[in-house]
Design a binder for this molecule. Structure first.
Ligand SMILES: Nc1ncnc2c1ncn2[C@@H]1O[C@H](COP(=O)(O)OP(=O)(O)O)[C@@H](O)[C@H]1O
Ligand SMILES: [Mg+2]
Length: 258
């Protein structure tokens, strides 16, 4: 069964008498345990789709269903036990004056969950960080470690769905691969469903079963990972996006010997 169903979603921002159609008539469905990617250049509406699911964007048309039920407005507490979001910037997403322990305990406290100490230690272990990191502050962590904490926080309530908005694009290439592998492992272990945004088809190829290509807020084409690997895109736009990513991958593998 489809866990996430989006039908004819339209999002319209109104600012200073001007209207921006950030998302226009987009439909997609993501099965339980599937990993689905949204790609497209900057401004194509990728983040807006994730924000619309979380109730953080002005939806002016269409429907969003999770587990067959239309999402409630406001989203409320039950929604946050099912759906969590991880943002691009691990420096901005953690409170600088809260310890990691406080950051990870907070969702448990809000939802009145027991065994908070044990759950925090387990969450750190799950994302490959030593338990002693509880007592640190964000500024004492590297970018990759911070993003691991952000992922741990998103998983504290054991959600079914993670919405991932360019979760590794602020990290160095080697750290990026580690965090992507961590996400893949957690998806398998916890039976998670991913809806993931990236402007980088190499990342999407590593992570996603199916992919939607967006341009100017509209669907250009939906393809499978096999289509991507075989360069079987049907539209010139999707092909040009892929060609740009393929060039970058080549550059990465062709560093001159020292
Ligand atoms: N809060 C906002 N107010 C007005 N326009 C916005 C807002 N957020 C996004 N937009 C516009 O919506 C479009 C899609 O943005 P976004 O979803 O952030 O793109 P992407 O994540 O693909 O880079 C862009 O034209 C952007 O300028
Ligand atoms: Mg974005």
């Amino acid at each position: 069964m489809a866990l996430i169903e989006i039908e004819n979603l339209t999002v319209t921002f109104r600012a200073k008498g001007r209207e921006v159609q950030a998302v226009q008539d987009v439909s997609l469905s993501v099965d339980e345990r599937e990993s689905y990617g949204l790609v497209g250049e900057s401004g194509s509406g990728k983040s807006t789709i994730l924000r619309a699911i979380c109730g953080m964007a002005p939806v002016t048309g269409g429907t969003i269903r999770i587990g067959g039920q239309p999402v409630p407005t406001p989203r409320g507490r039950a929604f946050s036990t099912e759906v969590q979001m991880v943002f691009q910037d691990p420096y901005a997403s953690l409170h600088p004056r809260h310890t990691i322990d406080r950051t990870l305990s907070e969702p448990l406290a809000i939802h009145g969950m027991p065994d908070r100490d044990a759950r925090v230690v387990q969450a750190l272990t799950d994302v490959g960080l030593p338990p002693a990191f509880r007592f640190r502050y964000p500024h004492q962590l590297s970018g990759g470690q911070r993003q691991r904490v952000a992922i741990a926080r998103a998983l504290m309530l054991r959600p079914k769905i993670l919405l991932l908005d360019e979760p590794t694009s602020a990290l160095d290439a080697s750290v990026q691969a580690e965090v992507l592998n961590l996400l893949n492992r957690l998806r398998a272990e916890q039976g998670l469903t991913f809806l993931m945004v990236s402007h980088d088809l190499a990342v999407i190829d590593h992570m996603c079963d199916r992919i939607m290509v967006l341009q100017h807020g509209r669907t250009v084409e939906e393809i499978t990972r096999d289509d991507l690997a075989g360069a079987r895109m049907t539209t010139p736009y999707a092909r040009s996006l892929f060609a740009a990513s393929a060039d970058r991958m080549l550059e990465g593998s062709e560093r001159p010997a020292p």
